[in-house]
Design a protein around this ligand. Structure first.
Ligand SMILES: Nc1ncnc2c1ncn2[C@@H]1O[C@H](COP(=O)(O)OP(=O)(O)OP(=O)(O)O)[C@@H](O)[C@H]1O
Length: 443
């Protein structure tokens, strides 16, 4: 190839806002949507992407903006960051509880615009798109009005590349024409590149270039008048029909054969994120979430009220101290039982002082009735007769044999051993740290 030809090609690619080479995408082995599609969107032009429902237009746009990856191929773009692109998806994806103004403030903040910029731009956009009062809640708008707000969001930050998925569907013809006029002005005066999909084929005649898509590839890509003259057609629709008939003669399902499907790995959009953190994005998210909370009172009451109710019910049901429960105490730690406790202070950090006195002192503050026994067997037999009783045994001189007996009886290794009847509580003082006496235990 001559050097002059190569230079021309390079220049053409430099002037392209977007170039796609051999794009392949499928949703499953038998659902190939893009089949080696090539596309060139010139800088400062409106590119009308036409095609029947289900031919893969939305899939292609999603791959361009980075919502999904191609399976194979290449995407080159002049826009570098996601905020250089304005995307209006086919489905309305707005926050329904925000007003139009708040919606613009939110997306403006996400694009890193100042409040002043947002105010100026939203005023222009509201006027252009004939939106209702900016205090109207999105949820209360008609489907067409919501689509116009979504369109306004794509226009708001004045991006280099606009990608609009059926922006004029369901609009009043006069409004639709004023939108096209605005897009033409954006392309010719401000050198913005615009990709627009539409089902209205004749509408696309206003585009600078149209791509006719069918069966996952572009059948043709040329200025509308050139397409019509090449195919001897009076309308764009007839030109499209003639191209479809030509394609029909070749096999459409070639690529359903998995062996010929290229598998050179996922190809992501070249658009970069706008940085990990930005104050304006943080603020925009915060305000949006606060507004959501303010406007969803029943939901907030449920979110905060349910755990509160659960805690209250839990505490009312089982969280209180048992009232009037009689608990037997056998204090083996002191020679004369709890009577000896009067000699000792109940506060301070002296571990030579008996733990049982402090512990019992705490229990006395509760609503439990303590009944002291001198003998373990007497307390035990009383507990066994009256199942509702509890028993605390403070032992001082545990021998290995005694420990084993307690463990085998109560089958637990915790400092508290719970009797099989669930009412007898043993306190193993040696495991509470008293044996080592290294720690100060304060109740
Ligand atoms: N998430 C998905 N999982 C599986 N198949 C999908 C998915 N999204 C789209 N498809 C299929 O891919 C094909 C192309 O869908 P796509 O939405 O890209 O078409 P389209 O040309 O934008 O259609 P329309 O003009 O009706 O919006 C369709 O057959 C569709 O069923």
């Amino acid at each position: 190839m001559a050097i002059a030809d190569l230079n021309t090609m390079d220049n053409q690619q430099n002037e392209c806002a977007l170039t796609i080479d051999s794009a392949y995408k499928r949703y499953g082995p038998n659902s190939v949507v893009l089949k080696g599609l090539n596309m060139n969107v010139p800088q400062g032009a409106i590119y009308g992407l036409l095609g029947p429902s289900g031919c893969g237009k939305t899939t292609l746009l999603n791959c361009i903006v980075g919502r999904m990856n191609l399976d194979s191929g290449q995407i080159r773009m002049q826009a570098k960051k996601k905020s250089d692109v304005g995307y209006m998806p086919q489905d309305v994806a707005l926050y329904s509880n925000l007003t139009i103004k708040e919606t613009f403030n939110y997306y403006g903040g996400m694009y890193g615009m100042t409040m002043e910029q947002v105010d100026n731009r939203s005023e222009e956009v509201i006027k252009l798109l004939e939106l209702p009062s900016d205090n109207s809640i999105v949820d209360t708008l008609s489907g067409g009005q919501q689509r116009r707000v979504s369109f306004g969001v794509a226009l708001l930050h004045d991006p280099q590349l606009l990608i609009l998925d059926e922006p004029t569907v369901g609009l009043d013809p006069l409004l639709s024409q004023s939108i096209w006029d605005h897009l033409l002005k954006l392309a010719s005066h401000h050198k913005k590149s615009i990709i627009i999909t539409t089902h209205y084929i004749e509408e696309a005649r206003q585009a600078n270039i149209v791509g006719l898509m069918r069966g996952g590839c572009l059948l043709a890509e040329a200025p509308p008048l050139q397409l019509m003259s090449t195919h001897g057609a009076a309308t764009l629709e007839q030109a499209f029909l003639s191209l479809c008939q030509k394609q029909y003669s070749s096999s459409e399902d070639e690529l359903q054969d998995n062996s010929s499907y290229p598998t050179d790995g996922p190809v992501s959009s070249p658009l970069n994120e706008n940085g990990l953190f930005s104050c304006s994005r943080f603020k925009a998210q915060l305000i949006k979430n606060l507004l959501f909370m303010l406007r969803n009172k029943p939901m907030m009451m449920f979110l905060f009220g349910l755990p509160l109710l659960q805690c209250t019910l839990y505490n009312l049901a089982i969280g209180r101290d048992p009232e009037g429960l009689k608990v037997a105490i056998v204090n083996g730690e002191l020679k004369h039982g709890l009577k000896d406790c009067s000699q000792y202070p109940l506060t301070g950090c002296n571990l030579d002082l008996p733990l049982s006195c402090r512990y019992i002192n705490q229990i006395k503050m509760k609503t439990i009735n303590l009944i002291e026994f001198d003998e373990l067997s007497a307390a035990r037999s009383t507990v066994e007769r009256n199942k509702a009783w509890g028993m605390i045994h403070f032992a001082s001189n545990y021998t290995e044999a005694l420990m084993e007996r307690i463990n085998s009886t109560f089958e637990t290794a915790s400092p508290w051993a719970i009797d099989n009847s669930d009412v007898s509580v043993w306190m193993d003082m040696s495991r509470m740290g008293l044996a080592s006496k290294k720690e100060c235990i304060q109740f």
